[in-house]
Design a protein around this ligand. Structure first.
Ligand code: PEP
Ligand code: MN
Length: 378
C-alpha cells in the first residue's frame, strides 16, 4: 500500500499520517520523489483497509499494488542524468544509447589515461574502471583501492568523463563518493542487502548488475532496496547469467532486457564483456543488445588488451570500441526512424494497434501512473 501526498506536502499532515500508520502497527518508508512524497508501507497490510488512510488530511491517494517491486516497476527514474568531472551523459528515456568504456581494473595513471583519451575519441561518454575488484581468487590482483579511485578522478577530470566504479561494502561508499559519479554494484553483490540499503541513502546514480544466478524478479527486488531508500537513480545492467553453456563465460540473457523494458520504468544497459568473456563476441552482442532496446553498453576497453591485469580475454581496443559506437548509432537511429514512421502511418490511417494508439493518443493515465508520475520526472 502506498499513500501519496503530492508535491511539497504539509509537514504536519505528513507527520500525522505517519503517526496513523504507526498506530495501526504498520511499518513504512517515506520516499521523496521529484514531485511527490510517498509513504510506502513495508509490512504486510493485506488485511488493512486502505480507505481509512485515504480520508486522512493531506493524503491525495492510497494505492494498493499487487507486487513486491512497486518502485522498481513504476517509481524509479526512466531517464537518468549523470554529471561529473565536467562531463555529462543521459541514460534512458528517448536518448540515444550511452557507451561507458574503460578497463576492468585501474592499473596505473598511464594505463587509465591512455584508454580514457582514446575511448573518448571513439565515442565513450563515461569512464569505467574497478578500484575495488571482486576477484574469484584471493591470489589475483585485488585492485588499487583508494589510489585507484584517485586516479579515476584525475583522469575523469582531465577528459571530462563521469566515472563509474564498483563498491563492494557499505564502508567503501563514503570514501568512493568523493571520487566517483556512479556507484556500481557487481554481480557478486546484487544480494548484499546492507550495501543496497546504504546506496539507497546516497544521491548518486547506481548501476546495479544482475547476479550470476539471479532471476529478473530478484534483480528488480534488489533495485527496490535502493529505491525504497529514496535513491531513484537506478540503472539495471544485464551482464550474463550462469548456465550449462561453457563456450562463453556467461550466457547473455537479452530476453531480460526486453522483459525489463516491458515491465519496469528503469533504464537497462548491457555488459557484453562479462557476458561473453571473449573479445570477438563483444561486437555482435553489442549490436543485438541495442537492437532489443538496451539504453546503453558498458564495455571493458584497454589500449593493450592482452596486458590487462584482469579479464584480458574480453578486453577490446579503443578502435574496436569505435566500430561498436558506429554500429550502435546506426542501429538505434534506424530503428527509431522506423518506429516513428510506423507511428505516423498508424496515426494517419487511424488503424493503430492498441499499443501504438495508447502511446500516441495519450489515453487517460491510470491511477498507478498518476501516483508515480512525480517519481518519473527527472
Ligand atoms: C566488473 O564490471 O568489473 C565486474 C566485476 O563485473 P561483474 O560484477 O558483472 O562480474
Ligand atoms: Mn572485469
Amino acid at each position: 500500500m502506498i499513500l501519496s501526498f503530492g508535491h511539497s506536502p504539509n509537514p504536519e499532515l505528513l507527520e500525522s499520517a505517519k503517526a496513523a500508520l504507526a498506530e495501526g502497527g504498520l511499518e513504512f518508508q517515506a520516499v521523496v520523489c521529484a514531485r511527490s512524497t510517498l509513504l510506502v508501507v513495508t509490512s504486510d497490510c493485506d488485511q488493512v483497509s486502505g480507505h481509512k488512510f485515504s480520508t486522512l488530511p493531506g493524503v491525495l491517494k492510497v494505492v494498493r499494488l499487487g507486487s513486491r517491486t512497486p518502485l522498481a516497476l513504476e517509481g524509479g527514474r526512466a531517464k537518468i542524468e549523470v554529471v561529473g568531472n565536467g562531463g555529462k551523459f543521459v541514460v534512458g528515456g528517448e536518448q540515444e544509447p550511452v557507451i561507458i568504456a574503460g578497463p576492468c581494473a585501474v592499473e596505473s595513471f598511464e594505463q587509465l589515461s591512455a584508454v580514457a583519451v582514446r575511448a573518448k575519441a571513439a565515442g565513450a561518454q563515461g569512464l569505467r574502471g574497478g578500484a575495488y575488484k571482486p576477484r574469484s581468487s584471493p591470489y589475483d590482483f585485488q585492485g588499487l583501492g583508494l589510489e585507484g579511485l584517485k586516479l579515476l578522478k584525475e583522469v575523469g577530470m582531465a577528459n571530462k568523463l563521469p566515472v563509474v566504479s564498483e563498491v563492494m561494502s557499505p564502508e567503501q561508499i563514503e570514501p568512493a563518493a568523493a571520487y566517483i559519479d556512479v556507484f556500481q554494484v557487481g554481480a557478486r553483490n546484487m544480494y548484499n542487502y546492507e550495501l543496497l540499503k546504504e546506496l539507497g541513502r546516497q544521491r548518486k546514480p547506481v548501476v546495479l548488475k544482475r547476479g550470476i544466478s539471479a532471476t529478473i524478479e530478484e534483480l528488480l527486488q534488489a533495485a527496490e532496496y535502493i529505491l525504497l531508500g529514496g535513491n531513484m537513480q537506478v540503472i539495471l545492467c544485464e551482464r550474463g547469467i550462469r548456465t550449462f553453456e561453457t563456450s562463453t563465460r556467461n550466457t547473455l540473457d537479452l530476453a531480460a532486457v526486453a522483459v525489463i523494458k516491458g515491465t519496469s520504468n528503469l533504464p537497462v544497459i548491457v555488459d557484453p564483456s562479462h557476458a561473453t568473456g571473449k573479445r570477438d563476441l563483444i561486437r555482435p552482442l553489442s549490436r543485438a543488445a541495442i537492437a532489443c532496446g538496451a539504453d546503453g553498453l558498458i564495455i571493458e576497453t584497454h589500449v593493450e588488451p592482452d596486458k590487462s591485469y584482469s579479464d584480458a580475454g574480453q578486453a577490446i581496443t579503443p578502435e574496436q570500441l569505435g566500430e561498436i559506437v558506429q554500429d550502435m548509432r546506426l542501429i538505434a537511429r534506424t530503428l527509431k526512424a522506423h518506429d516513428e514512421g510506423q507511428t505516423k502511418i498508424a496515426a494517419a490511417t487511424g488503424a493503430a494497434t492498441g499499443a501504438v494508439s495508447g502511446a500516441v493518443s495519450g489515453s487517460a493515465p491510470s491511477e498507478r501512473e498518476q501516483i508515480f508520475s512525480g517519481c518519473r520526472q527527472s
